[in-house]
Design a protein around this ligand. Structure first.
Ligand code: AVJ
Length: 330
């Protein structure tokens, strides 16, 4: 159960971390014993992984972060006009740097406003939420540490009236089409008639642009991908020789998604103490670690329709690489 810690302008909701750990073990056990080995991408984001993701956002090849930031900077006033009366509830808030462009528009209106960041990284949440309060005088923060994937309705615990649910950074792309539709449906079920859903999502484009964004020259994305093996070693007593795996990024055209994998350079057997398993790899065998689905505007509209959400506004960056979509309940 989340635990509310009341503060003056800050309220923190925490999930039980013990549950969290055992879920990691269960997910690793399930994923690494499947025929196509796989791991859920949410486990990238420990302290080190969150740091590496911030570095990814500064890479010349990784355009999605800058494209979305471009939209926030250019259209902050327009976006504020649509959602300014609502508490901003952000799934996967990360370091909140990009969201600050929106919060600045709220602050400039000189009326009290509420921001509710929700994230799986508690270190990140604590550090950044406190800093926000120093920077924005009219702000109240309700922060939640939880794994919201699969159950966006956890945000009902927040003490807010009307809300703008926001899922930025193309993080919805980590979900399959079915999971995405379910996420939007469940979100819609907790939305009042004046609430909105804001979705920041990466658009389909040439693989010549997509693939380098996930396979950068400096190898930061490779380090980010391989970090999950370090995490298994540290938290679950794994004995991965991380050097014996290589980063792979490819565009799956049929499924319209970037896939990341970790490929074993040799045949090997890896004991993982806490799951009481020895995981075997053949040469070239992969662990599928992430999907990053790409959409067209029509596909985004259709996704909303499945959840009874109407696509009411669209904002694009200059290059039309990225879309910020605003939905209202039908
Ligand atoms: C945070 C899920 C949006 O899919 O682009 C970046 C994560 N993975 N580089 C993405 C990621 C590799 C990112 N999301």
């Amino acid at each position: 159960m989340p635990q509310g810690i009341a503060g003056d302008r800050l309220r923190f909701y925490r999930m039980n971390v013990q549950d969290h750990r055992s879920t990691f073990a269960q997910d690793v056990a399930r994923g690494l014993t499947a025929r196509q080995k796989w791991l859920p991408p949410k486990y990238f984001y420990d302290a080190r992984g969150s740091q590496l993701y911030e570095q990814i956002c500064e890479l010349p090849e990784y355009y999605p972060y800058r494209a979305e930031r471009d939209i926030f900077i250019t259209y902050a006033a327009e976006i504020y006009a649509e959602i300014g009366r609502l508490a901003l509830v952000e799934f996967g808030s990360g370091n909140m740097a990009k969201t600050r462009h929106l919060l600045t528009a709220y602050e400039q209106a000189e009326t009290p406003f509420t921001y509710c960041p929700v994230d799986i990284s508690d270190t990140m949440l604590e550090a950044t939420a406190a800093q926000l309060l120093e920077d924005y005088r009219h702000l109240t923060v309700q922060a939640m540490h939880t794994d919201f994937a699969g159950h966006p309705e956890v945000v009902q615990a927040f003490q807010v009236e009307k809300k703008a649910l926001a899922f930025f950074g193309s993080s919805l792309g980590n979900f399959t089409q079915e999971e995405s539709a379910a996420f939007l449906r469940q979100s819609a079920s907790i939305m009042g008639p004046e609430d909105v859903f804001l979705l920041g999502i990466d658009l389909k484009k040439s693989p010549a642009i997509l693939v380098p964004a996930y396979d950068d020259a400096q190898g930061v994305t490779a380090a980010f991908n391989l970090n999950v093996l370090h995490r298994i070693n540290r938290e679950l007593g794994g004995q991965f020789d991380v050097q014996s795996f290589e980063h792979v990024a490819l565009y799956n055209d049929e499924k319209g998604r970037i896939e990341m994998h970790l490929r074993s350079r040799k045949a090997q057997h890896i004991p993982i103490t806490k799951i009481e398993q020895v995981v075997s790899f053949q040469t070239g065998e992969t662990i599928h670690t992430e999907n990053s689905c790409k959409y067209t505007v029509d596909e985004v509209r259709a996704l909303g329709e499945q959840a009874n959400l109407d696509l009411r506004r669209t904002w694009f960056d200059r290059q039309r690489y990225f879309l910020l979509a605003l939905f209202r309940p039908r």
